[in-house]
Design a protein around this ligand. Structure first.
Ligand code: HEM
Length: 415
């Protein structure tokens, strides 16, 4: 199905275009933002303006420390209830992606480097065209944030996204929590260009955007598989049909839009089969989806995932976990794990000193090369050689000299 002609739309604010001075001053309210579409591409951005007047969110208190594991587990149960009631899985997945997708691996400083840091709750990011509609996702999570003040926005966005995937039958994502929040809109001022869903050369474009995040071809294809769920709405992104036979009916949340797959509330590998077939007018294929079945490198993974759902799930889970940590700062540094054991810390391997190893010629053969080198250096340092014993007992001589000096010093102090 050929995508409907549409204005180019920005991907998650890899670089958010500046709201104009006038826009910044007028502090748009939530409803205004919902209908706002800012098709601003390849525009260099500037600083963030004021945060949204999201009193509910603020009253919960913004923490900049690690989230509480118990609260994360409890919040996950609330998110599950929310998902079951509203069928809002896709938009929450998109929220997590768009918060993380601003990451630039070439910038070291947090939070200026962007990434999964909760900055998508601030109006300049929410108000950007690439994020049209995501204000609804933030609003959906408001009550959860208000109830659990001990978790950060950054964690909540990623928790909701991973939970939504799992609830739709997708893979279990090996998640880590403890993300520190960006504290103010001003903190996340970044510059650059925006990618979009219909660039002249989608393959180059995708690579440019995702490589900047430190992701590779396999991860680009695997992550794009998230379009196996959800819909595109022309009034938000400019892409897709107003409605199709797959997006009407009950129990699908707000009807309308065009989905990539027929069963778009099920996380499976049908996206890859559908973008290869392109045989159903009611299913969406963006230029950036289409290229995954055409570019030789991307196609290798698309073909594999179309045939083997387990391979897709395995790669997706790892790529998603990586995406969810892009640019994040963790407190504690090693993160918080609510399902699995924390991976063991990698300690530097230090060879223990075992006196017996030095005691006989036979044991010498058991010494490692590094230990031998160390011994050689120690002997040389005190004037000896590993091949020849020292002429006299060097260490005993030193002890005798020190003892004599100590006796002399005590005589001196007595007199
Ligand atoms: C590869 C580049 C990508 C492009 C160009 C792109 C573009 C889009 C567009 C235009 C929409 C429609 C938004 C709307 O009208 O509401 C959309 C929706 C969506 N995207 Fe992507 N996307 C990309 C990658 C991703 C990734 C990496 C993920 C997740 C890991 C993702 C998850 C989603 C989801 C779940 C939706 C459905 C949202 C809903 O139903 O409300 N996308 N994407």
């Amino acid at each position: 199905a050929a995508p409907a002609p549409a204005p180019a739309v920005g991907l998650p604010g890899l670089r958010f275009a500046a709201n104009s001075e006038r826009e910044r001053k007028r502090k748009p309210n939530i409803l205004k933002l919902e209908s706002q579409f800012v098709p601003a591409f390849n525009v260099s951005i500037r600083r963030r303006g004021q945060g949204l007047s999201t009193r509910g969110l603020r009253s919960a208190g913004v923490r900049s420390a690690a989230s509480d594991p118990e609260q994360l587990r409890a919040a996950r149960e609330d998110v599950k209830k929310l998902l079951a009631e509203k069928k809002c899985h896709p938009i929450l997945i998109r929220l997590g992606w768009h918060d993380a997708g601003s990451y630039d691996k070439n910038i070291a400083e947090f939070p200026r480097r962007g990434g999964a840091n909760g900055s998508l709750r601030f109006s300049p990011e929410l108000g950007h065209g690439a994020n049209a509609g995501l204000i609804n996702a933030v609003k959906l999570l408001e009550p959860v944030k208000a109830k659990y003040a001990g978790i950060t926005y950054a964690d909540l966005f990623q928790l909701a996204s991973a939970t939504a995937i799992e609830e739709l039958g997708g893979p279990k994502i090996p998640m880590r929590y403890g993300r520190v929040d960006t504290k103010s809109p001003e903190e996340c001022a970044i510059e650059g260009n925006l990618p979009d869903a219909g660039p002249p050369n989608p393959a180059d474009h995708l690579r440019k955007v995702f490589y900047r995040m430190g992701l590779n071809d396999r991860e680009i294809v695997a992550l794009s598989g998230a379009h196996t769920v959800g819909r595109s709405r022309p009034e938000r992104s400019g892409w897709g049909k107003k409605e199709t036979k797959y997006t009407t009916g009950a129990n699908i949340g707000a009807p309308g839009g065009q989905s990539w797959t027929a069963e778009w509330l099920k996380f499976d590998n049908s996206y890859f089969r559908d973008i290869k077939a392109q045989s159903d007018e009611d299913l969406l294929v963006l230029p950036t989806d289409k290229v995954l079945a055409e570019d030789p490198e991307f196609k290798k993974f698309t073909d594999k995932y179309a045939e083997d759902q387990n391979a897709f799930f395995a790669d997706y889970a790892l790529a998603h976990a990586k995406l969810s940590e892009l640019g994040s700062k963790f407190d504690p540094e090693e993160g918080i794990f609510i399902d699995q054991e924390a991976p063991p810390k990698k300690e530097p391997v230090v060879e223990k000193f075992v006196a017996a190893k030095y005691s006989s010629g036979d044991r010498q053969s058991e010494l490692s090369d590094s230990m031998k080198a160390k011994m050689r250096a120690e002997y040389l340092a005190v004037g000896g050689s590993p091949d020849r014993p020292l002429g006299s007992n060097y260490f005993l001589n030193i002890i005798i000299v020190i003892a004599v000096l100590a006796v002399l010093a005590s005589f001196a102090t007595q007199s």
